[in-house]
Write a protein that binds this ligand. Structure first.
Ligand SMILES: [Ca+2]
Length: 432
């Protein structure tokens, strides 16, 4: 798509003035964007975030080639609200998703929301999702799918891979059961992505958006012998699986990084690595026997509204734009992904609704004058916050601008849905 067509496309699809960045993009190709999101990986679970045993050489490499963010937050201390926030740039309080989404619960990300994938697709990005989704409650087509959220190609599970994260049988590919698959979930996710990149006809100047949401290191934790063998001195077999699962996910990241290098994609690809929430508490529920994640020096765990519930590892690599080998203590949040991706693509974020994320690009400039005007905060439902009081948390570094909440009660079903289900915002009663 040439420059004039690009500008016309931007104007028509967004229905607003083409921002200045779109013109700047004429001389620089729009970068590819990759999101790598772990599940329940704690702040202290990578060797580059000071875990004393876990070996994550590929993520350590990513950190050396990019910037390590030591105050990187998720939008929520539990799966579904955090992921909903990442996709929309809006605090989950606005979305009516305040806890994990149980199967068949009728809760899903409402189609009236605008996702980062939809925005990027409208301006020519090829869009791909693989891995856990957890933004709907059923996978039979009666609720919105990743395809409805803007992805051209998608391979996903509603929640966890089953029967475990090795050799899963419950993935759905573009609406159809994928059948039994062989290998660790994270490796399957990366293999699907590279196969898609190899086989999808992409316009010469069209970038891609990969949204890879690994199941590791959520329960049921399961590592292959290859990764268990990295920890011969660990006598506790359950903990050994946890350590191995973190390295297993790291190896999948390594496969992706090698692919980018082999195909000349390193320099023009923006990579954001993080986790959806803090580490699970060992034996919090039946089946959480291998939850040996580490909050590092932080207080709390997953579901807690203290630091370890929300603060997660954050790494961003974009060669030539994001400092290499640096550490940055500026608070950032997965809510920032949508406005940042919009800036990378040279488009304006939605103007018809309140956004809670901030464009991070000024933060990457050498002589930066970055001031965060959006505060980071979330509430969590009483059921999710089991054992703790219903509570909220917030953080910002300047002029917090709290906004009013909106309700989920006016949600309408997707046009592609087969029946009329409506999301509820009733908290669930049990389990992760
Ligand atoms: Ca999670």
């Amino acid at each position: 798509m040439n420059f004039l067509r690009t500008c016309r496309h931007l104007f028509l699809t967004l229905g607003c003035a083409v921002p200045a960045l779109a013109f700047a993009a004429a001389s620089a190709p729009r970068p590819n964007i990759i999101v790598l999101l772990c599940d329940d990986l704690g702040y202290g679970d990578l060797s580059c975030f000071a875990h004393p045993e876990i070996r994550t050489p590929h993520l350590d490499q990513l950190a050396r080639e990019g910037t390590r963010f030591t105050n990187c937050y998720s939008a929520s201390p539990v799966c579904s609200p955090s992921r909903a926030g990442l996709m929309t740039g809006r605090t989950p309080n606005r979305l009516g998703i305040r806890d994990w989404i149980p199967p068949q619960s009728g809760i899903f990300l409402r189609p009236a929301e605008i996702t980062v994938a939809q925005l990027l697709k409208k301006v020519g990005y090829h869009t791909f999702h693989a891995g856990k989704w957890h933004l709907n409650s059923r996978t039979d087509g009666y609720e919105p799918t990743p395809g409805d959220a803007g992805f051209d190609h998608w391979l996903y599970t509603q929640n966890n891979a089953a029967p475990s994260h090795l050799n899963p049988r419950n993935f759905i590919r573009n609406g159809q059961p994928a059948g039994p698959l062989t290998g660790p979930s994270s490796h399957l996710v990366v293999a699907e992505a590279t196969r898609w990149l190899d086989t999808t006809q992409r316009a010469a100047d069209a970038p891609f958006f990969l949204n890879l949401w690994f199941h590791e290191t959520h329960e049921p934790v399961a590592a292959t012998e290859e990764f268990l063998a990295l920890y011969p001195d660990e006598k506790n077999p359950d903990r050994r699986h946890y350590l191995g699962a973190a390295s297993q996910m790291d190896a999948a990241v390594g496969q992706l990084l090698r692919y980018l290098d082999d195909h000349g994609l390193r320099d023009n690809t923006f990579i954001y690595f993080s986790s959806d929430n803090g580490p699970e508490t060992l034996k919090r529920y039946k089946g959480a026997e291998r939850s040996y994640g580490s909050p590092g020096p932080l207080r709390g765990m997953k579901l807690h509204v203290t630091e370890a519930g929300y603060r997660v590892p954050g790494i961003i690599r974009w060669p030539g734009h994001v400092a290499a080998g640096a550490t940055n203590a500026e608070p950032i949040c997965n809510l920032d992904l949508l406005p940042t991706a919009c800036a990378l693509a040279g488009i304006a974020p939605p103007r018809d609704r309140a956004l809670d994320g901030a464009n991070l690009l000024p933060l990457f400039a050498v002589n930066r004058s970055y001031v965060r005007t959006r505060f980071i905060g979330s509430t969590i439902s009483p059921s999710a916050n089991r054992g703790l009081s219903p509570s909220a948390t917030a953080r910002g570094n300047s002029s917090p601008t709290p906004r009013s909440r909106t309700s989920n009660s006016t949600t309408s079903p997707p046009t592609s849905a087969k029946n009329k289900t409506s999301p509820r915002n009733t908290p669930s009663a049990s389990a992760p």
